[in-house]
Write a new protein. Structure first.
Length: 294
């Protein structure tokens, strides 16, 4: 049985073909304006899912970047404080050696004691170094200062740490234990300097204090070495994260972005296809009564 093709059927088919061609051209024009392969998930669900996954990874990498920058700030503040502390302890050692000279006059011994007390205040300032409003030697405590009182005592959170996540499953400590570096209570560097000043004023040789000064200096040096090692790890994590950021951006571009030449070629093809469909449709459709009345 032969089916009959009517003018209505031909017209409907032509309209559908024109609409399909027009939609393809509109999609090509949209791609030309956005330079994106997908503007809506419905265009390519799998590509859209891959894009969301990559963007989530990019957000994580961006957070790692912020954490690394913050960690570098903490470690830089710590390194500066410990470097200054080391210089101050070097001067304390020099004064301790001078104080061991039994021929010094009382005035000279008193002058050295005054300088030692000044160094104690400077050391307290270094021990209370802050970064972005937080003490770098107080652990995760919210105390305004790591050492307070007379004599100064440690007011931070003992045994606590401040860490920054710098990669998948990787954290780096960015604070230092003030009690470990400066001591706490009897035996602290502040107690030591008080003892040196007292010996000087009492006319007692400070030579016996030299071992304690060296021990304190070694604690500061050990703290510096540890901070340096952490900073090195942080820089390695930064390099790794930069590579990851670049790789993720390349993945995102491969999924979402259009090549300019490819986009222009497709736009031209769809435009020619639409124009050709219009031309063919106008010739295929039967003449109407109006055509005969012209």
């Amino acid at each position: 049985m032969l089916s009959r093709v009517t003018n209505t059927t031909m017209t409907n088919t032509a309209q559908r073909n024109l609409q399909t061609s027009m939609l393809r051209r509109a999609e090509a024009q949209e791609h030309a304006m956005t330079l994106k392969r997908i503007s809506r998930p419905s265009q390519d669900p799998m590509a859209a899912a891959d894009s969301l996954r990559v963007k989530a990874d990019q957000q994580s990498a961006a957070q790692y970047t912020r954490n690394i920058d913050n960690g570098k700030g903490w470690l830089t503040a710590l390194d500066s404080a410990l470097s200054n502390t080391s210089k101050l302890m070097t001067r304390v050692r020099e004064l301790t050696i001078q104080g061991g000279n039994e021929t010094l006059s009382p005035a000279a011994r008193n002058a050295i004691a005054v300088e030692v007390e000044g160094l104690k205040r400077d050391l307290l300032g270094q021990a209370n170094t802050r970064f972005l409003g937080r003490s770098v030697f107080a652990g995760n405590s919210d105390a305004e200062a790591a050492f307070t009182g007379t004599p100064p005592v440690f007011t931070g959170a003992p045994g606590s740490t401040v860490e920054r996540r710098v990669g998948e499953g990787q954290t780096i400590r960015v604070d230092a234990d003030g009690a470990a570096v400066f001591g706490n209570g009897p035996g602290s560097v502040f107690d030591l300097l008080d003892g040196i000043a007292a010996d000087l004023r009492a006319g007692i040789s400070t030579s016996a204090r030299l071992g304690a000064v060296d021990a304190q200096f070694n604690r500061v040096s050990a703290g510096q070495a540890e901070i340096g090692a952490r900073h090195s790890r942080l820089l390695n994590a930064e390099d790794t994260n930069k590579v990851q950021v670049a790789a993720l951006e390349e993945q995102r571009a491969g999924i979402e972005d259009l090549d300019l030449a490819e986009m222009l070629t497709n736009l031209k093809i769809q435009d020619l296809s639409y124009q050709g469909a219009l031309s063919v449709t106008s010739k295929v459709l039967s003449p109407t009564l109006l055509d005969f009345l012209r």
